[in-house]
Write a protein that binds this ligand. Sequence first.
Ligand SMILES: [Zn+2]
Length: 319
Amino acid sequence: MERQDATVVTVEEEAERMLAGRARGDSSPVTNHAKADMVVAMPDRPAIPEAIKRSVRQRCAYGCVICGLPVYEYDHMVDWSVTRRHVAEEITLLCPVHHSEKTRGLRTVDEIVAADADPANRRVGWTAPYGLSFKSTDPATLRIGSNWIRWHESFSAVVVDDVVLFGFRRDGTSLGLRLLLHNEFNEPELVIENSVVLLNSGAWDIQFEGQLLTVRRSLGDIVLRVRFEPPAQVTLERALLAYNGVLIDVRPGSTEFMVGNVKVRTVGSLAEAPIGIKAGYGPRHSSIPSMISAPKIDRYGGAVQIAPPGSDADDESDE
Ligand SMILES: [Zn+2]
């Protein structure tokens, strides 16, 4: 469906445009720690083939080889400019912090190679809690407040205007994280796709300790906290996600959360659904069942979402 009337550019388009701009050397207010291995179509640098990436992920046990963080970037241990080739054994996984340390010369190549030979997630036994590994082939469950959702495959926890802000792609027994965080101007600041950091403005601090994945603004406000409980449970403890003027606010221990101006009280139900919270309009997700659906909501900052042509803006029989 064409969305010519929509005033809102999807985050994927926005991120692509920004990344393409940087690849051309345009000035941009956003700095990027992932530049060494960014997924950018550069004429002299083909993308790493998927089969090689998969082999690297498996060898490194789905996390930074130094600290185990399951949110990572692909790093050519000896720089691409030297080797000019993609060979699985020469590529490793580093989290944004450790990648940046290497880029700045605070970690030697020898140190990275040694860590690659003994990845953190294998050292600690990566089945739990590191690695977002779900050994069970049973359906996984997501808890928000006192409600539960169960799903079999990939799962979207929060969707606003057809854009998945937070969700998981299930790949066999591992979960790939997707997270999109925006600033107050609706520009993407942190883009994580299938656990790979594609864009990080530097304003975000990603931590994984014990069972808890925590994402903070650099000044300390927690915007996301997720608890992983293998074999197959994920709990959204805290979320403060904003997009297109919609604010999703989930607080720990509370049986209520906010979707824009709508207060949602959770009631201890279990739903078979692949979406947790769905807000606003969107043809791609409109017919997919969700725990909470709020098609019409007030938006902050005077933001207006125009329903795409063909969709019925007044139709609340979404669920
Ligand atoms: Zn690390």
